[in-house]
Design a protein around this ligand. Structure first.
Ligand SMILES: [Fe+2]
Length: 176
């Protein structure tokens, strides 16, 4: 790592630096996801998920996540309070009414309740537009999972060094 990376200002030529992230002097940033550790989402009913937060805006419940499903995963029913856009990178997963394979794009609509699973495992890029609620058998909310919960778990796992809340918001909206 060179000194300019730590200061958050890089010239284009410096972006071959192999630290977890670098800030560009035009307001953008590059995150080297391969260098970020996976965090396990150890919430009831979602134990088969690992993730890396790539970007987020806590003021808009917006979060970009790389996540995996373990082979043989069966998730508890959950309700999405905002839509999720998914691009499948490898593997597959299924719902009661559909199956998603590598290279598929998937929209989970805001308000939907479902219980996906994966036989072979899956790797996907997911853009969250709101948190989700994990439900029990009677449809009661067991726990809500959103940016705060996922960020805190990732922080405990030393997986947030590349995330700086204010700077990420600036990168998305150009607001100060
Ligand atoms: Fe879902």
């Amino acid at each position: 790592m060179n000194a300019s990376t730590q200061n958050g200002s890089l010239d284009a030529a410096d972006t071959k630096d192999r630290s977890t992230h670098c800030r560009l002097n035009d307001g953008g940033f590059i995150t080297r996801s391969a260098l970020i550790p996976w965090t396990r989402l150890n919430k009831p009913g979602l134990e088969g998920i690992q993730y890396k937060i790539l970007n987020f805006d806590e003021n808009r419940s917006y979060m970009v996540v790389l996540n995996t499903f373990d082979p043989g995963s069966r998730f508890a029913p959950h309700k999405h309070l905002g839509a999720v856009e998914i691009f499948m990178l490898s593997g597959s997963f299924f719902y009661d009414n559909g199956q998603v394979f590598a290279d598929d794009f998937m929209l989970e609509a805001g308000g939907v309740t479902h219980a996906p699973g994966s036989d072979e495992g899956a790797l996907m890029l997911a853009i969250f537009h709101g948190p989700l609620q994990i439900l029990d058998n009677e449809g009661q909310v067991l726990v809500t999972v959103g940016i705060d919960e996922m960020y805190d778990l990732a922080k405990d796992n030393d997986a947030v060094a590349h995330l700086q809340k204010t700077q990420h918001r600036v990168a998305l909206t150009s607001e100060g």
